[in-house]
Design a protein around this ligand. Structure first.
Ligand SMILES: [Zn+2]
Length: 113
């Protein structure tokens, strides 16, 4: 199909058949893209969750991640001084804090008889 909506049909198939085939192909492409986008979002979410856990472990172990101009979890720029010093943006910091608390609670639970 050309940009102005005409169909290129050198073999002379019935117009309706060509239009239906094009519509089916476009629908299939859109469905594949949608599936891929969902899978990519899930992969991003999983990687970020892993990064949060890993970062929490490093902080508990005494690592210092800042100062830095981008969040070490999501990579976005950070500008408030507290976040820059920490190396983690305020949104991601909430997740890291939660992970630190969970890891410390798990450690405590493991240390108890
Ligand atoms: Zn972040």
């Amino acid at each position: 199909m050309t940009a102005d909506g005409r169909i290129v049909n050198p073999h002379g198939y019935p117009d309706e058949l060509v239009r239906q085939s094009i519509a089916a192909a476009l629908k299939s492409i859109a469905q594949r893209r949608s599936r891929s986008a969902k899978a990519a979002a899930e992969t991003r979410r999983r990687r970020q969750a892993f990064k949060v856990q890993e970062t929490a472990r490093r902080i508990v172990a005494g690592a210092k991640l800042g100062p830095r101009p981008t969040c070490c979890i999501c990579g976005r720029g950070i500008d408030d001084p507290q976040s820059v010093a920490r190396g983690i943006g305020s949104e991601c910091w909430q997740d890291v804090l939660q992970a630190i608390e969970q890891q410390q609670a798990a450690k405590l639970a493991g240390a108890l008889p």
